[in-house]
Design a protein around this ligand. Structure first.
Ligand SMILES: NC(=O)c1ccc[n+]([C@@H]2O[C@H](COP(=O)([O-])OP(=O)(O)OC[C@H]3O[C@@H](n4cnc5c(N)ncnc54)[C@H](O)[C@@H]3O)[C@@H](O)[C@H]2O)c1
Ligand SMILES: O=c1ccn([C@@H]2O[C@H](COP(=O)(O)OP(=O)(O)O[C@H]3O[C@H](CO)[C@@H](O)[C@H](O)[C@H]3O)[C@@H](O)[C@H]2O)c(=O)[nH]1
Length: 436
C-alpha cells in the first residue's frame, strides 16, 4: 500500500520504517529541513536499537522516502498517518496545534478518498476535530481513524513489529477494511487487532499509559513504606508480581517515571477529566508521588553530607530517562542535577548515548566524562540515575580507587545489597535498607 507519515520524530520514523519493512511504499514528511536531509542521506536521527538496519535497507530498496513537501508526500497515499507532537500546553492539556494545523493543510490539498490516521496520542474527541479541520476546505470523501501507538523507546521496533495489540478506532467500514489490510502482517504474528469507535481508541491510549504510571507510583510508595518499616522492596516486588493478576512488569521502584509520554499523558488525562467536571483522584496522587520520587535520593545525599553540599563533587551515571535511548525528555537525572548544582555542588556526568543531548541542554552546567569511570575521579560519591546494562556489573576496584569516599546513591537498585556490603561501600538505594 502507499502510505504517508507526517512527522518524522520517534513515532513517525519507527512507523514509516516498519510499514516499509512489511512491503509498503512509504513517504515521510517533516517540516524540519535538516532532519529530512539527513534521513534522505541515510543518516538516522534517533538512537533506537535495531532501527538503523531496517531504515537503511528500506531506504536502499526505495520503499522509504523523505520530503518536506506535504502535497508531494500525500499525493499517491491511500493512508496518511499523523505522527505529530502533542506537547502539554500551559494548562497541562494536550496542545493540538500541530495536528489541527496539518489537518487544515490537508483539507486544502486532498483530491480523493484517503484514510487519515491519528497516530499521535490525542485527547478524546480529536478525531472529530481533525475531521472538522479538514472539512473547512475539503468537501470530498475521507475517513479519520484513531490508531494510537504503544511502542516503548529502546524496544520500539519489536513493539511495533510484534505488538501486544493494535487498536483501531474507526466507525467507517471502509476505513476499517483499509486499516485491517495494512495491519494484516502483524496479525499473522498472532497479535489481535481490536476495532472500536474513535473516542474509545483515544481513551484506551491514555488509560494504558496512566495505568502503567499508576503501577510505578504505587510501587514507589510501597518502597517508601519498606524504608520506614524495614522491609525490602525487591522481595516485596517479587512476592506481589508473581500473582498473575498483578504481573511482574512495571513494578520496579526508582526515582520516578520520566520520558516524553507518561508525565504528559497522565497530566493530559487529568486535564480532560477536569474539563468534564470529573476529579480523577488516583491520577492526581500518581503525579504527586512521581514529583517527590524524582528527588528521592536528595534527602539521603544531604543527610550523608550533613546538609552541606557546597564544594562537593558528584559522579552521575545515567542521563537518559531510561536505558537504550538517548532521550532525555523529563529524565529524573536532570532534576537531580538541578538540585545538586543549586546546593553548590559540581557534577561530572556520563551516559552511553545521551551525552550530546545533555550538552545541548545544559552546556557547562556540568562536566562531561569520557566514560563511566572517568566521571568518578575525585568525586565524593557516585549517583546512579539510569539502569544501563554497563552500570550493572562495573569494575568495583576502579570505583573504589577513583572515588574520594566509598559512597553510592543508587536510584535504580542495580546492586545486591549483600555484595555491596562485602565491598565496604556506604550504599543507599530505593526501598531497601542502607548499607554501611
Ligand atoms: N516517543 C514515543 O515513545 C511515543 C510512543 C507512542 C506515542 N507517542 C506519541 O506520538 C506523538 C509523536 O511523538 P514523537 O515522540 O514521535 O514526537 P517528536 O517530537 O519526536 O517528533 C515529531 C516530529 O513532527 C515534526 N513536525 C512538527 N510539525 C510538523 C508539521 N507541521 N509537518 C510535518 N512535520 C512536523 C517535527 O519536526 C518532529 O520531527 C505524540 O503525540 C506522542 O505522545 C510517542
Ligand atoms: O517498572 C518500571 C517501569 C518503568 N519505569 C519508568 O517509567 C518511564 C517510562 O518507561 P517505559 O514505559 O519503558 O518507556 P516509554 O518509552 O516512555 O513508553 C511508554 O510511553 C509510550 C508513549 O506513549 C507508550 O507507547 C509505551 O507503551 C509506554 O510504555 C521510565 O522513566 C522508566 O524508568 C519505572 O520507573 N519502573
Amino acid at each position: 500500500m502507499k502510505i504517508a507519515v507526517i512527522g518524522t520524530g520517534y513515532v513517525g520514523l519507527v512507523t514509516g520504517t516498519c510499514f516499509a519493512e512489511t512491503g509498503n511504499n512509504v513517504i515521510c514528511v517533516d517540516i524540519d529541513v535538516t532532519k529530512v536531509q539527513k534521513l534522505t542521506n541515510g543518516e538516522i536521527t534517533i538512537y533506537e536499537p535495531g532501527l538503523e538496519k531496517l531504515f537503511l535497507r528500506n531506504l536502499k530498496e526505495d520503499r522509504l522516502n523523505f520530503t518536506t513537501d506535504l502535497t508531494e508526500g500525500i499525493k499517491d497515499a491511500e493512508i496518511i498517518f499523523l505522527a505529530l507532537p502533542t506537547p502539554p500546553g500551559e494548562d497541562g492539556s494536550a496542545d493540538l496545534k500541530y495536528i489541527l494545523g496539518v489537518s487544515e493543510e490537508l483539507g486544502k490539498i486532498l483530491t480523493d478518498y484517503k484514510v487519515i490516521v491519528d497516530k499521535s496520542t490525542v485527547p478524546v474527541g480529536t478525531a472529530a476535530k481533525v475531521k472538522a479541520a479538514i472539512e473547512k476546505n475539503y468537501k470530498g470523501e475521507f475517513d479519520v481513524v484513531s490508531n494510537p501507538e504503544f511502542l516503548r523507546e529502546g524496544v520500539a521496533v519489536d513493539d511495533f513489529m510484534k505488538p501486544d495489540r493494535v487498536v483501531i478506532g474507526a466507525s467507517s467500514e471502509r476505513a476499517r477494511n483499509v486499516m485491517g489490510q495494512l495491519y494484516a502482517p502483524f496479525v499473522r504474528q498472532g497479535n489481535p487487532v481490536i476495532y472500536m469507535d474513535e473516542k474509545s481508541a483515544e481513551l484506551t491510549k491514555y488509560a494504558a499509559n496512566s495505568f502503567l504510571a499508576t503501577k510505578i507510583s504505587f510501587m514507589n510508595e510501597i518502597a517508601q513504606l519498606c524504608e520506614l518499616l524495614g522491609a525490602d522492596v525487591d522481595q516485596v516486588r517479587k512476592g506481589v508480581g508473581s500473582d498473575e493478576r498483578i504481573g511482574r512488569r512495571f513494578l520496579f521502584p526508582g526515582i520516578g517515571y520520566g520520558g516524553s509520554c507518561f508525565p504528559k499523558d497522565v497530566q493530559a488525562l487529568v486535564k480532560s477529566s477536569v474539563e468534564v467536571n470529573y476529579d480523577f483522584q488516583i491520577l492526581n496522587a500518581v503525579m504527586d508521588v512521581n514529583e517527590k520520587q524524582k528527588l528521592h535520593l536528595m534527602p539521603k545525599i544531604n543527610a550523608y553530607f550533613n546538609n552541606d553540599l557546597k564544594g562537593k563533587h558528584f559522579a552521575l551515571w545515567g542521563l537518559a530517562f531510561k536505558p537504550n535511548t538517548d532521550d532525555i525528555r523529563e529524565a529524573p537525572a536532570l532534576y537531580m542535577i538541578d538540585e545538586l548544582v543549586k546546593a553548590g555542588a559540581t557534577v561530572s556526568v556520563f551516559d552511553p548515548e545521551a551525552m550530546n543531548n545533555v550538552k545541548k541542554l545544559l552546556g557547562d552546567k556540568v562536566e562531561y566524562a569520557e566514560n563511566q569511570y572517568a566521571a568518578l575521579n575525585n568525586a565524593d560519591a557516585l549517583i546512579i540515575a539510569t539502569e544501563w546494562n554497563e552500570f550493572r556489573t562495573p569494575d568495583f576496584l576502579k570505583i573504589v580507587t577513583s572515588l574520594k569516599n566509598k559512597v553510592i546513591f543508587d536510584g535504580r537498585n542495580l546492586f545486591e545489597t549483600k555484595a555491596i556490603k562485602e565491598l565496604g561501600f556506604h550504599y543507599e538505594s530505593v526501598g531497601r535498607a542502607t548499607v554501611n
